[in-house]
Design a binder for this molecule. Structure first.
Ligand SMILES: [Zn+2]
Length: 364
C-alpha cells in the first residue's frame, strides 16, 4: 500500500512539474529577431513588425499592436528625424499581456554632395576671392563649406593647391582639391583695351592704353636704358643721365593740352600723344636728352642710338619716312623697350606696326 501511495505522489509531482513548465513556456515573452533597426536618414519608415517577432503562433501575431508615438518625423515628410526611438510592441501571450521594445536608430551617414565645383579658380592680381561663387553643396541635413584661403596671396602672381570640404552636422564630409591661380592683369579695365601681339604691347593712335596700365617704369627696361646711357657716356657721347621715361595719364593729358593750346590740335597730334595713347604711359618708352637737357638730335648720338639700341633691347620707334604708319614725326630720341625681339625688328627695317601686323596711322 505504502509503495502504491509513494508512486501516486511521485506521478502527481511529475504532472505538476510538466504542467507548470508548459504554462511557463506559454507565458514566456516572445523574443525579437533583432533588438534594433537602423535606418538611413531620409528613408521613408516602413517596418514589418510581425516578421520581427520570433514566433509562428498566429494568435500572438494577430494580437500584436505597435506604439509608434515616440517617433518624431520631419515636417511634412515620411522619414523620421535623426535619433533613437523606442517602439513598444504589445501582444497577448496565452492569457497574459506582454510588451517588448524595439529600438529604432535613424542615422545620417550620407556625405554631402557638391552641386557646383571647379578644378581651378583663375584670378587677376588684387581681384576678390569668392570661393562660394565657385562651390556649393547640398545635403538632406544641411551642409557647409570649409576651406582655408589664408595662404593665398592676392597681391602677387602665384598658384595654390587648395582643398575644400563639404560637411554636414553629422561629420559626414566630401573633399575636393582645386587650384587657385593668381595672374597679373593683362588688361586694366579703364577706358581702352590693351593690344598685345606676339607678346608685344602696341600703343599708337589706333591702339590706346588704359589710364592705369602702369604706374612706373618697367624695371627691366629701366636697367637697360641706364646701361645704354652709361655706355654712351663712356664712349664720349653727349648724353644726359636724365632721361624722360614713364608718364602717367594725367601728366600726358596736361602735356598734350598745353601743346594743343599753343599749336592747335592738328599740329599737336603730329608730335604729342593724346592721353591714353602715349607709349610713355606703358613704362616702356624713354626719351633721351643731351647734357643741355634738350632732346637728342645731334647726328653723332642719333646715329649711334639707331645702330646700337637693339643691343639693349630697344627700337627707335618713330623714324623718318614712317610717319603715315607710326602716326608721329621722326623722334630719334624716343626708344621703346622690346626685349629679345628688338634685334629682329631692327634688322627687319619695319615699323613696329608692320612687324606685328597691326593698324597704325591717325586716330579714328
Ligand atoms: Zn617719347
Amino acid at each position: 500500500m505504502k509503495k502504491k501511495l509513494v508512486l501516486i505522489i511521485v506521478l502527481c509531482l511529475m504532472l505538476v512539474i510538466a504542467l507548470s513548465t508548459m504554462v511557463l513556456m506559454l507565458l514566456k515573452a516572445v523574443s525579437l529577431k533583432a533588438d534594433e533597426i537602423v535606418y538611413e536618414y531620409g528613408q521613408p519608415l516602413h517596418i514589418e513588425y510581425t516578421s520581427l517577432l520570433d514566433t509562428e503562433d498566429q494568435q500572438i501575431l494577430d494580437s500584436l499592436s505597435v506604439d509608434e508615438s515616440q517617433i518624431e518625423y520631419e515636417e511634412n515628410q515620411t522619414y523620421p528625424k535623426v535619433g533613437e526611438y523606442s517602439i513598444p510592441l504589445h501582444y497577448q501571450s496565452f492569457f497574459k499581456k506582454m510588451t517588448t521594445s524595439l529600438k529604432l536608430i535613424v542615422k545620417d551617414t550620407t556625405s554631402p554632395q557638391f552641386d557646383k565645383s571647379t578644378n581651378e579658380i583663375n584670378l587677376f592680381v588684387n581681384d576678390q576671392l569668392d570661393i562660394e561663387a565657385s562651390f556649393s553643396c547640398s545635403d538632406l541635413s544641411g551642409c557647409k563649406l570649409l576651406y582655408d584661403t589664408s595662404q593665398v596671396k592676392l597681391n602677387q602672381e602665384g598658384s595654390y593647391p587648395m582643398q575644400i570640404k563639404a560637411v554636414d552636422p553629422y561629420e559626414n564630409e566630401n573633399i575636393m582639391d582645386f587650384m587657385i591661380h593668381v595672374k597679373s592683369r593683362p588688361v586694366a579695365s579703364v577706358g581702352n583695351q590693351v593690344t598685345i601681339v606676339n607678346g608685344l604691347l602696341i600703343v599708337n593712335k589706333k591702339h590706346g592704353i588704359p589710364s592705369d596700365y602702369a604706374t612706373t617704369e618697367d624695371p627691366v627696361a629701366k636697367v637697360q636704358i641706364q646701361k645704354l646711357i652709361s655706355d654712351m657716356q663712356a664712349l664720349g657721347y653727349d648724353i644726359s643721365s636724365d632721361y624722360n621715361g614713364y608718364r602717367s595719364y594725367s601728366i600726358q593729358r596736361d602735356l598734350y593740352n598745353s601743346y594743343v593750346s599753343k599749336y592747335g590740335q592738328a599740329k599737336a597730334d603730329t608730335f604729342s600723344a593724346r592721353p591714353g595713347y602715349s607709349e610713355h604711359q606703358s613704362g616702356l618708352a624713354f626719351d633721351l636728352h643731351h647734357q643741355n637737357r634738350k632732346l637728342v638730335k645731334n647726328e653723332n648720338e642719333v646715329q649711334w642710338i639707331a645702330q646700337n639700341a637693339y643691343k639693349y633691347g630697344f627700337i627707335v620707334r618713330y623714324q623718318k619716312g614712317w610717319e603715315a604708319i607710326t602716326g608721329y614725326q621722326a623722334e630719334p630720341w624716343h626708344l621703346r623697350y622690346i626685349g629679345s625681339k628688338a634685334e629682329d625688328i631692327y634688322r627687319s627695317g619695319l615699323t613696329l606696326e608692320e612687324y606685328l601686323g597691326v593698324e597704325g596711322g591717325n586716330y579714328r
